[in-house]
Design a protein around this ligand. Structure first.
Ligand SMILES: NC(=O)c1ccc[n+]([C@@H]2O[C@H](COP(=O)([O-])OP(=O)(O)OC[C@H]3O[C@@H](n4cnc5c(N)ncnc54)[C@H](OP(=O)(O)O)[C@@H]3O)[C@@H](O)[C@H]2O)c1
Length: 297
């Protein structure tokens, strides 16, 4: 493996892709003092990073060869593959960290490609928005060979105080990423629908928002309780049962229909709950609906 030294003994790094996230990652490396080379497919990006001490490479290969560890962070795996495939020789014996978001299958294909070319590969997923990158609260998930993660952990912590290693299966970061985004986007859609419902009865979003925090505040306890119930297959519903909660969904559907609002998400929620009740989970907790989510296989 190529080991390079810099004047300050920090690992020289390269960042390929200077979209919003790539720029934030490169900025975090610069803040931590890493010699940092950057590259982007289109010109006109990275001048601000150069002003902060980065070197702007003319080609992706030039960037990779200047560094011991290369981070690629672009829009998807088609894009990262297009960038990386011509760089197999330059990346051999170097470390590649792919922080592009994608499906687990694409990650495994990328990891197989890296292995075939002697490239040391870690995959990862950035779980915070760009302003948090580099900070103590920033979370980036990593997966791949544990010794490689441990060797470069200090370097990776320049990007995120919470650099979490999940395991040797490269796809794990993507599995966690997409599972977390599943919650995020369902919540985003529910949040907007809540504001829409309130607006129909002349309640301003800013008036409702402080009260929504009560719902947000109970979610961490619900998540840990539900996780334990699901892993144990024990869906005790004594505190709040699925039939009662499904009646609440009916109230929501009624009010939304009455005001002419889209009911797609609520109907999907109701359909899942009804299937679970039909299978005998009416007196169980909401977590029991996991038993009816799998539609085939
Ligand atoms: N932004 C966030 O808050 C955030 C948070 C968490 C995770 N992420 C993840 O970070 C990754 C990058 O997101 P971003 O916000 O930086 O996206 P972005 O601002 O839209 O930038 C996209 C980047 O991908 C490059 N790209 C697109 N197609 C390409 C291709 N065919 N070949 C080469 N380069 C290509 C773009 O290059 P050009 O400039 O040449 O088009 C640009 O560098 C995504 O996987 C995203 O899910 C982002």
């Amino acid at each position: 493996m190529v080991v390079m030294t810099s004047h300050n003994n920090l690992v020289p790094v390269a960042v390929l892709g200077l979209g919003a996230m790539g720029r934030a990652l490169a900025g975090a490396f610069l803040d931590a003092g890493h010699p940092t080379t950057v590259w982007n497919r289109s010109g006109g990006k990275g001048e601000d990073l150069v002003a902060r001490g980065a070197v702007l490479a003319r080609t992706a290969e030039e960037a990779v060869r200047s560094a011991e560890l290369t981070v690629v962070c672009v829009v998807n795996y088609d894009a990262s593959q297009a960038i990386l495939e011509p760089l197999a020789d330059a990346l051999a014996d170097r470390v590649l960290v792919n922080l592009t978001s994608g499906a687990p299958e694409r990650v495994r294909t990328a990891a197989d490609w890296a292995e075939q070319h002697g490239i040391t590969y870690l995959d990862g997923a950035v779980m915070v928005p760009t302003p948090l990158v580099g900070g103590a609260q920033a979370l980036i998930l990593f997966a791949g060979a544990r010794p490689v993660f441990e060797k470069y952990e200090t370097t990776l912590k320049a990007l995120a105080g919470q650099a979490a290693f999940l395991g040797e299966d490269h796809a794990l970061a993507a599995v966690y990423d997409l599972s977390m985004l599943d919650l995020f986007y369902a919540s985003m859609s529910g949040l907007v629908h809540a504001f829409a419902l309130a607006r129909e009865d002349n309640v301003a979003a800013t008036a409702l928002a402080p009260y929504l925090n009560t719902i947000a505040a109970i979610l961490p306890d619900i998540a840990s309780g539900m996780a334990a119930a699901i892993d144990a297959g024990d869906y005790d519903g004594q505190e709040a049962n699925l039939s009662m909660m499904t009646a609440s969904v009916d109230h929501l559907l009624h009010m939304s229909r009455d005001r002419g609002l889209d009911t797609g998400q609520l109907e999907a929620i109701k359909a899942v709950a009804d299937r679970a009740i039909a299978k005998g989970h009416g007196a169980d907790d909401w977590s029991s609906t996991i038993e009816v989510l799998k539609l085939k296989g």
